[in-house]
Design a protein around this ligand. Sequence first.
Ligand code: CA
Length: 472
Amino acid sequence: MDYNAAKRPNIIFIMSDDHAAHAISCYGSKINETPNIDRIANEGVRFDQCFCTNSICTPSRASILTGTYNHVNGVKTLSDRLDGRQMTVQKLLNEDGYQTAMIGKWHLGHGGNSDPTGFDFWSVLPGQGDYNDPKFYEMGKTIQEEGYATDVITDKSIDWIDKRDKDRPFFLMCHHKAPHRPWIPDKKHAHLYEDIDIPEPETFHDDYSNRASAAAAAEMRIDRDLTKTDLKMDPPADLEGDALKSWKYQRYIKDYLRCIASVDDNVGRLLDYLDEEGLSDNTMVIYTSDQGFFLGDHGWYDKRFMYEESLKMPFVVRYPREIPAGQVSKHMVLNVDFAPVFLDYAGIPVPDSMQGVSFRPILEGGVPDGWRTSMYYRYWMHMSEHNVYAHYGVRTDQYKLIYYYADALGSAGATDEPKTPEWELFDLKKDPYEMINVYHDPDYERVVYVLKQELDRLQQEVGDQPYVCSVK
Ligand code: CA
């Protein structure tokens, strides 16, 4: 076995929580600058069509580690835990000579079979964790750290790299808590954006007409559902209507972006460290987030929907030794593909049980024959928390077909209150913000037919079951 660090890349997987691509400047953000995350993209590849298969924290994390969809890995909702006896990317890397570590947000359960496995070292935030002076659950013990979570997670990551065995490659998962709700910035960024207004998104005043009923039913509205904990103060008494909504948006988005400023600073700190240690050339560095987020889009915060802003994950990667700089890829890649990519670069065969596919050829400027042109999505948490109806669907380059089957189907973390199923179809070329459901438009009859077949095909391919109505 070749343990030679000079031949196999080190891999640093930096993942934040709820960081939407449209709050990253290399993705064209109109609201902030992220020079350090941009640096990874400029020196490597930016993926414009990287999607999660279920836009919620815990399930996306399970898909990343196992390379499987949630109906296979068993983590369909926030109430499910990852059974660590499953095959995971870190176990395979570790067994093949990689030093492995998991530092930061885990969010896949604790105790029993849910503690991190396959890592030589792990130090994770219990549950959601705290922004300030966070406790960590480290190798089975609870410890107290001081400082701001994003800084502390980076300090611990650098410290672990420092102490590694330099004769073997390493795999580090550096998982930030930020910018997850309740969006508490570091003191040093508390006044960022204070004197400016952040632009409101195009769909800020969406009234949810021309859609299935799910959009109007969702409870994640900026004007109605943000709490005092989110806003950190009571609104001025004289504000109402659109003025009040705009005030709440500014409160929310500025704290969200301030949290991201710390993430970007710390990505820079890690990149600088790699430069100083001479590790940049043979280390693959990824920046991503577990899903996207609504940044006032459709008048919302949060995620869950198969709509673009929450479906899309930022994904930038740099590995100077083998990946040409300055690439932008429009090829569709998914969170289930990450594990196969890492194994591919480590020279380890991808087990048949993994459902994702390595996109290494795309990273190196090519395209594998028959690369996917459609993807399958499913959200199970019917009406839980933000009252989003359970749905599944298919996205192609041009279209998105969503079926709100709207039934808990006995899932933990979902509400047993079935609604009438409804369909949505969006023509993403004509309607990139998904404001007009054309499912019932006769001009799209043929598209609906073709997409339903594709949905069937994808469900069969990934081994998921179509919805069968339980109410007669
Ligand atoms: Ca998340």
